[in-house]
Design a protein around this ligand. Structure first.
Ligand code: XLS
Ligand code: MG
Length: 413
């Protein structure tokens, strides 16, 4: 929850809470052309790094996929509830460490992308036997999340997509997706798992050539058709998932926030129209203005959500070796948090800048009588309102001047 305060008439950002997920810290940083460079670390070792980062005041929350925490064995469906199982013991040890440190485990997601059984989709898989397996795994992930105190369940679209359009049973696919999401809200209710809600994390492609939920609009439209639309929202990944296809994340988050559907956001950096870069915020060729603007816009809109990282170190910044295994990850957490906080501070500065505000007032100049007529919704009042076309059409807006002013502030001028 972001705490906001009214000081001197302008809103001041009071540092949003930050979640650092298990999969970001545990990432060995491979790519399709080369294996992970960093040595693997266990979920308990990731937990120790999170505890350290929390102690240093860097992070508040964490999150993870089921498989970031414990492996999945499809023949042991309820191992999470079997006190004698390694799964239960590992989860209990993680919970104990997180609780003792005061780190809230905020979100659980079900990994339906790694195991080869889900290569043609998880909840949308055309084979009902694989949809059963996906459903069992989702329910287990929900129980694991509940055990750790999770507030949100995230459905990332992952392998629910296609490369070859003739292989998809289109007349059924969107029902498969709705059924899969309805199972989540139904199971949460039936088992009284206490989640605040679920989020859909859309992505245009990768790992599939095309995804069934590529944009915020697709996701909100699907949510409106679910059994529990109130349960579901979205967690756009900014800048990555929108910018992969050249869309802007600013519009995506503003649209979702205006609909009351923006529960939290994933953050990182992205060069437009490339693969999912997953660079830390501000790191990479592009994106500084875009990222700062998002935080600025969300502040203006009074959004009260939190920030969750979804990125990893540059592969060039990693190195093999026993010590690097932990130290590179430590450095990554600090770099990600510091880059986010730098953007947040700049967004706060922009929000309080009097010159920016006065340039905006010029563009947004208002006329209370015209506002009133429009708000009345009365066709006859609107039809009879006299506008001074000649003076209105001659007005200069100064949007370019405003943008240069913003650029100067970004350069520290
Ligand atoms: C991948 C996604 C994924 C989700 C969690 O692109 O960002 O990591 O955030 O399943
Ligand atoms: Mg993400």
């Amino acid at each position: 929850m972001c705490e906001t305060s009214q000081e001197g008439g302008t809103q001041a950002i009071m540092k949003r809470k930050i979640s650092m997920p298990y999969w970001c810290v545990g990432n060995p940083v491979g790519d399709p052309f080369g294996p992970g460079i960093l040595g693997r670390i266990s979920s308990l070792e990731v937990t120790d790094l999170l505890v350290e980062a929390h102690r240093e005041g860097l992070i508040d929350f964490s999150a993870g996929h089921d498989c970031d925490l414990v492996p999945w064995d499809p023949s042991k469906n309820y191992d999470d509830r079997d006190e004698k199982s390694t799964t239960f013991q590992t989860l209990s040890a993680i919970k104990e460490k997180l609780d003792r440190a005061g780190i809230q485990f905020k979100m659980i997601s079900c990994n339906l992308h790694s195991d080869p059984i889900f290569r043609n989709g998880g909840i949308s898989n055309p084979d009902p036997r694989i949809r059963v397996l996906a459903s069992q795994k989702v329910m287990r992930a929900l129980r694991i999340g509940h055990f750790l105190g999770a507030e949100y369940y995230t459905y990332w679209v992952a392998r629910d997509g296609f490369e070859c359009q003739f292989s998809v049973p289109w007349e059924q696919t969107y029902r498969f997706l709705s059924d899969g999401l309805d199972l989540v809200s139904g199971y949460v209710q039936e088992e009284n798992l206490g989640y605040r809600g679920g989020t859909v994390e859309y992505k245009p492609n990768e790992p599939r050539g095309e995804s069934f939920l590529p944009t915020v609009g697709h996701s909100l439209a699907l949510i409106a058709r679910l059994q529990r639309p109130d349960f579901w929202g979205v967690n756009p990944e900014v800048l990555q998932h929108d910018q992969m296809t050249g869309l802007t994340s600013i519009g995506a988050v503003a649209f979702a926030a205006a609909a009351g559907k923006l529960f939290f956001i994933h953050v990182g950096n992205q060069k437009p129209n490339q693969f999912d870069n997953d660079n830390p915020p501000l790191v990479g060729m592009d994106g500084i203005k875009e990222f700062v603007s998002i935080l600025y816009v969300l502040e203006r809109m009074g959004w009260e959500g939190y920030i969750e990282f979804d990125n990893h170190p540059l592969r060039t910044d990693t190195a093999p070796g026993g010590e690097n295994r932990l130290n590179v990850r430590r450095d990554y957490i600090r770099l990600a948090v510091e880059s986010y906080r730098a953007a947040e501070a700049k967004a706060e500065e922009l929000a309080g800048d009097e010159n920016i505000q006065s340039a905006q007032r010029k563009i947004w100049e208002t006329d209370p009588r015209a506002e009133e007529v429009l708000a009345s919704g009365s066709p006859s009042a609107i039809a009879s309102y006299q506008c001074d076309y000649q003076s209105l059409v001659r007005e200069r807006l100064g949007i370019g001047e405003l943008d240069l002013l913003v650029a100067r502030r970004l350069f520290g001028q």
